[in-house]
Design a binder for this molecule. Structure first.
Ligand code: PGA
Length: 261
């Protein structure tokens, strides 16, 4: 009789449960997230951060700028890589993420100008620019903390990794999901001017960070949060890939946590 040997192949990476911290108010979320970053910067001699844009982190940047003004923290040895930028867009356009970062953070603290990188929305070739950005990320051995928001409604995106993004995706040009484009067009003076695409760090870039801090506030995030934590890990909700990372903290206000019970 032939003996059949079955070999079990573990193709799937291990799955972890993110730590979830819930606060009553958005202001407490901002204070907590900022304090995590400040602690990390104070503990390490030099820190590399991946930072997000959007409505969610504005209060976090406010806290960081205040801490800097009070002399609690210095960003002089910090390197910052942004998650994404629209493409094509003039970096001087007030709705670009480059302008956002200058307005809320970069121009208000002591970070060295050449220690901040963000995809160039004015690059002629988005693929070449994605390659440049990918190489730039290699300037640091590892990102210490990647701070993320999560897309509204049923987008489930992190960065501009929209539905369909793969776990091994890296910095690249992507087209905005129609739901993302509708929501984000509100941040453009003429909503129709929103670019169709963006250059974003990929899922693999994000998962390579030592620590991940995802921040979500408000009701528009309930589906994404619940689906990421309790649903299948799948490309229809790219934030669900975060469960492949062992050090994820998800900071929520009560509204964003509504569906967690
Ligand atoms: P928001 O965007 O902070 O403006 O909600 C988050 C995101 O789209 O990732």
């Amino acid at each position: 009789m032939n003996k059949i040997e079955y070999r079990v192949e573990h193709k799937d990476p291990p799955v972890f449960t993110p730590e979830v911290v819930i606060f009553d108010s958005p202001e407490e979320v901002d204070r907590y997230a900022a304090s995590c970053l400040i602690k990390k910067i104070q503990e390490e001699k030099a820190t590399a951060l991946t930072l997000p844009t959007g409505t969610t982190p504005i209060g976090i940047y406010r806290q960081l700028v205040e801490a800097y003004s009070q002399g609690t923290v210095s960003f002089s040895k910090v390197r910052v890589f942004n998650l994404d930028e629209y493409w094509p867009i003039d970096p001087n356009n007030p709705s670009s993420y480059t302008s956002y970062m200058k307005q809320h953070f970069i121009d208000l603290v002591d970070i060295k100008r050449d220690s901040w990188d963000i995809p160039n929305g004015a690059a002629i070739d988005p693929n070449k620019e994605s390659h440049r950005y990918e190489e730039s990320l290699k300037a640091v051995p590892q990102i210490d903390i990647a701070v993320l928001g999560i897309g509204p409604g049923r987008t489930g995106h992190i960065g501009f990794n929209e539905k369909g993004s793969l776990v091994n995706s890296r910095t690249r040009y992507v087209e905005l999901d129609p739901e993302t484009a509708t929501v984000n067009s509100n941040f453009f003076q003429i909503p129709q001017d929103i670019p169709r695409g963006a250059i974003t760090q990929g899922i693999a870039n994000i998962l390579e960070a030592k620590n991940i801090l995802l921040v979500a506030k408000g009701q528009s995030k309930t589906w994404g949060i619940s689906r990421s934590l309790n649903g299948p890990i799948y490309s229809d909700c790219p934030a669900s890939y975060l469960r492949y990372h062992p050090n994820v903290v998800i900071v929520l206000d009560r509204q964003a946590a509504t569906s967690l019970g």
